[in-house]
Design a protein around this ligand. Structure first.
Ligand SMILES: Cc1cc2nc3c(=O)[nH]c(=O)nc-3n(C[C@H](O)[C@H](O)[C@H](O)COP(=O)(O)OP(=O)(O)OC[C@H]3O[C@@H](n4cnc5c(N)ncnc54)[C@H](O)[C@@H]3O)c2cc1C
Length: 488
């Protein structure tokens, strides 16, 4: 339930950021009710859109002075409910903090405000033959602030690593409006502990990143991209194991399953993938020209050895984008076959992919749910996408039960509950599957160092007490999460 702010608080906030940038109108607040995890919704008390680090600090000081919680928000593309408003909280959006503050080609560093989108940073550094490597599939929309908070990955993170490898400095506004500068000028720590590393992946629970310094990489000189087509997911999974096991180091290895291919090919994003096939595998190599063809040849052989029906190779940048299209537009294409989509996220050891994927299919059958898989296969990062209609309570409950079984399956296979989308509200109840009480207590204490009163993103990530659901909890978990998040 939305709790209105007092008129004095609203006046004070307007005097800090300007009247147009404090939103209290319920119709306009609808845009802030949820993120990409659409089955959870809650109205914030207000949304405030500061333009600078100084304004963020003053807003935080004003709100925390009254004990009002703050939920940081970038573009709202998060898939674990991280930007979901908690009861009585104010959303602090970074949409106006969208300036690239510095590009330093000599030191290969850039400093950006948190609302800069991931793809824009690469566009801005391309003229210097540099780019920002972590590339979430949402990169045209998601922000660097959100990427830092989630420690985001992407298709090319198999070779290049995730966000934490690239963030070298942060300016952060902490509880009460205190400002800290962590690392900087290419060094993650100014001396002592790596506080920058600790902040990356803190999911909006430690404070607000208001300036972000990142490492840039030289653009790869050349690229080779393959699309391999298989009759079964199992064969595609074996091809992944074969490629990595052979010592090759692809930049990306992505799997798209039958349901996803069908959705893409029936949509405006049709990529020309063959119909009636079990899976497609996109494999990309990049680097200096020498050796790339040999690597691509070896990968092709690995695919053919396990029964690939066909292997295509891009001969131009246009063809390369065509091969990637089915992968990149997968989520958009699914929007036309179901009103809601739960994009699950978990990791398993690569060698367990065939077993885990087969079991996910069984879980889908058991709960009468459509599950489509499109994921970063190279690093065993699964994204089972459960298609549903949240207006159907019975289906919603089956989604919750199936999700729990998928998480347990991945943990039992030696994996974990998230690869890149974070814990947020969605995975909080699963933290007991991967952490014992001592570890959870450590997480709570570390959070307390940054934000003793949990005034940033309360109710997210770390459960207050052990919340391991021994059995599928169905709609009870959804209701509990809704209640805590203040959802109606
Ligand atoms: C189609 C699609 C594809 C995706 N593909 C990928 C992928 O390949 N890899 C991947 O990792 N993720 C992916 N995601 C998930 C999502 O895009 C990422 O988690 C992204 O980093 C979120 O950025 P955002 O700006 O939308 O953040 P939001 O959703 O607004 O917020 C995410 C979290 O960050 C916190 N936050 C935001 N800004 C700040 C800040 N300045 N300081 C502190 N905390 C902050 C919020 O409180 C919240 O907890 C995908 C999502 C979609 C919809």
């Amino acid at each position: 339930m939305s709790v209105p702010l007092s008129s004095k608080t609203v006046r004070d906030l307007r005097s800090i950021v300007g009247a147009a940038h404090v939103i209290t109108d319920p119709d306009r607040l609808l845009a802030y009710e949820s993120d990409g995890l659409t089955q959870y919704r809650a109205a914030p008390s207000a949304a405030v859109l500061p333009a600078s680090s100084d304004e963020v600090a003053r807003v935080v000081e004003r709100l925390h002075g009254e004990g009002i919680a703050i939920v940081p928000r970038g573009a709202g593309t998060g898939l674990s409910g991280g930007a979901l408003p908690s009861e009585g909280a104010v959303v602090l959006g970074t949409a106006r903090m969208n300036r690239i503050l510095e590009v330093d080609p000599d030191d290969r560093l850039a400093v950006v405000q948190p609302g800069v989108t991931n793809a824009r940073l690469t566009e801005a550094t391309r003229p210097f033959d540099l780019y920002y490597a972590p590339d979430p599939s949402s990169q045209s929309t998601c922000t660097l602030g959100g990427n830092v908070a989630e420690n985001s990955g992407g298709p090319h993170c198999l070779k290049y690593g995730v966000t934490s490898r690239y963030v070298t400095g942060l300016t952060v506004v902490l509880a009460g409006g205190r400002v800290a500068r962590l690392g900087g000028s290419g060094r993650v720590a100014s001396g002592g502990l790596d506080l920058t590393g600790l902040f990356v992946g803190s999911e909006g629970c430690f404070g607000i990143a208001t300036a972000i310094e990142v490492r840039l990489l030289p653009l790869p000189a050349s690229v080779r991209t393959l699309l391999a087509i298989f009759d079964t997911m199992e064969a595609a999974g074996h091809a992944v194991t074969g490629i990595i096991g052979s010592g090759l180091m692809p930049a990306a290895v992505e799997i798209i399953d039958r349901a996803t291919i069908e959705a893409v090919e029936a949509s405006v994003f049709a990529a020309g993938y063959p119909k009636g096939v079990g899976a497609a595998l996109v494999v990309e190599f990049d680097g200096t020209e020498a050796g790339l063809d040999a690597d691509a040849d070896r990968a092709e052989r690995c695919c053919l050895e396990v029964g690939a029906r066909e292997v295509r190779r891009a001969r131009s940048e246009e063809e390369r984008l065509g091969l990637w299209k089915g992968r990149k537009k997968a989520f958009g294409a699914m929007g036309r076959i179901a009103p809601d989509l739960l994009v699950q996220d978990a990791t398993v050891p690569r060698t367990r992919l065939p077993h885990v994927l087969a079991s996910i299919t069984e879980i889908g059958k058991q709960y009468e749910l459509r599950i489509a898989n499109v994921f970063h296969a190279g690093d065993g990062n699964l994204h089972p996408n459960i298609l549903f209609d949240r207006a159907d309570p019975d289906e919603l409950e089956r989604v919750e039960r199936a999700s729990h079984e998928i998480m347990k399956l991945c943990v039992d296979a030696g994996g974990t509950i998230t690869g890149e989308h974070g814990v947020g509200i969605d995975k909080r109840a699963y933290m007991g599957l991967v952490h014992n009480e001592t570890e959870l207590d450590m997480l709570r204490r570390v959070r307390g160092v940054f934000d003793a009163d949990h005034l940033f993103n309360p109710g997210k990530v770390v459960p207050d007490a052990v919340e391991t659901p021994a059995e599928p909890v169905g709609s009870e978990r959804a209701s509990a999460a809704h209640a805590e998040a203040g959802a109606p």
